[in-house]
Design a protein around this ligand. Sequence first.
Ligand code: AMP
Length: 605
Amino acid sequence: MKTFEELGVAAPILKAIQEMGYESPMPVQEEVIPFLLGEDNDVIALAQTGTGKTAAFGLPILQKIEVNLYQPQALILCPTRELCLQIADDLNDYSKYIDGLKVLPVYGGSSIESQIKMLKRGVHVVVATPGRLLDLMNRKTVDLANIKNVILDEADEMLNMGFTESINAILAEVPASRNMLLFSATMPQGIAGITRKYMNNPKEIVIGRKNEGNKNIKHIYYMVQARDKYLALKRIADYYPNIYGIIFCRTRKETQEIADKLIQDGYNADALHGELSQAQRDYVMQKFRIRNIQLLVATDVAARGLDVDELTHVINYGLPDDIESYTHRSGRTGRAGRTGISISICHVKEKGKIREIERIINKQFEKGEMPSGKAICEKQIFNLVDQIEKVKVDEDEIAALLPSIFRKLDWLDKEDIIKRFVSLELNRMIDYYKDADEIQVVDERSERRKDSGSDRFDRGGKRKANAEEGYTRFFINFGKADGLFPNQLIELVNKCVPGKVLIGKIDLRENFSFFEVEDGEANRVLKEMNGFEVDGRRISVEHAQGKKEGFGNRNGSGGYRGDRKGKAKEVQSFRSGSSRSGSRSGDKPWRRPSTERSTRKKSRY
Ligand code: AMP
């Protein structure tokens, strides 16, 4: 294996990548770097994300920049804003020791004026989404006459997203004498069209086999009845207590529904889909990156810009309609040399698709056995024991408390203490699985299954949707993220419902809440509250009982959005002086700067 130096990487870049911990080139870098350092070379590289492709094209293009010429000399096209920012960030890191080198990300959804201003000041590398770049070209604010390198990153995704015409229009304006490199995880037909038209005798580099999935990924499928899909998902999540993964759903509606159900059942999850605003998506992605969220439920499109290397699992909640998407989904785990698991929870009707995917990735799926309740409890117990072994003890902090704790537990021996400690954490989980019927995976040949029953408890083992005796439990589509506190909920109910309503238990969640009222008041609460709005958003109150199975079926994009039919009365905002709009954007927590550990660098823009 060659060193970066032997590949021709120059000193200032070497210094920067050494600081980043790059010791030796990854295979794609070994192939691409020397080639792109040459002239008039075109490359088609079949490489999954996570193979080190950004440095493969980034290092040579940076090295070839003439810093004294304040004109774009390298152009990188990519499908999403997030990828655009990430590439620009990486290039800035690599060029840390090249004085004056300017990288500009241009993408839709942000101020075009400030991008124009930066272009006028002079930049060397433009990283762009095709639509925005074309817009800038039409305004004659970007000059591509000096471009020496063009990179099409995630070319298959750009074609999927309908950028073919824009790409053609852009490439037509780039000088013919330039290097061009096209990266793609798969090789659909459309790519051949681009390569024929714009590439000159391209060198083809395949990292792994053509269209083959990453070797570090294990592919497992569980074939279950449609009605057991969600229960199967929960079991899988329980079986991997340290799971950090993306659950892919097919539609925005399904994505929101599954995320809502998981949150309701006590999992650390959130949704990412196109119906959320850009600010909301950024907020969710950031929470996921810093591991404040363990399970991200996402659509294929929304997850595209998310770059996280450490995912332990990808879960396909049903197989994608487009088989090629499977490669993209599963390629999100097992990155940068790590191993990963791609799990598919599918229906027996999808059996054919499994075989088709196996052909494409050239790898066999394992047929998964649904973990039994006993196995899950064992996993959870050993995970807890493992945590006990590894926990860092802050001697100073607890020193003062220890004598009284020792005195109090003096009558218990070590074995008893361990038993109690473990039981304290796990009794509810054990109780839950003790009572829950096992889910049977479907026998593909006979399609027989034993009855699975249903999981009647939430993750913490709490019986769900059961109110206190004499009380009715309601769901409301406002939560902590809306600034709702218990006293405000009580006030809200009493503002909407004439007379005094006695409120029982209140359970505030992030985007929705539960509350209990006396049985005698239930009908009035249901009737009155649904006629009101807060800050232009319709209040939606429903019986919590139906939530377990039908939670997501209320109104399209998910639980917490109010239905807007009919005229509603306005009640005052929870926050005095708040000027929130009807959407979830407004005075929202994603404005709060996060001080928590981040696994990704902050963008400089
Ligand atoms: P990419 O495919 O460009 O998204 O890269 C995947 C990950 O590998 C990123 O976190 C890079 O920082 C990292 N990486 C790229 N090249 C190297 C290298 N030569 N040595 C170590 N890490 C690398």
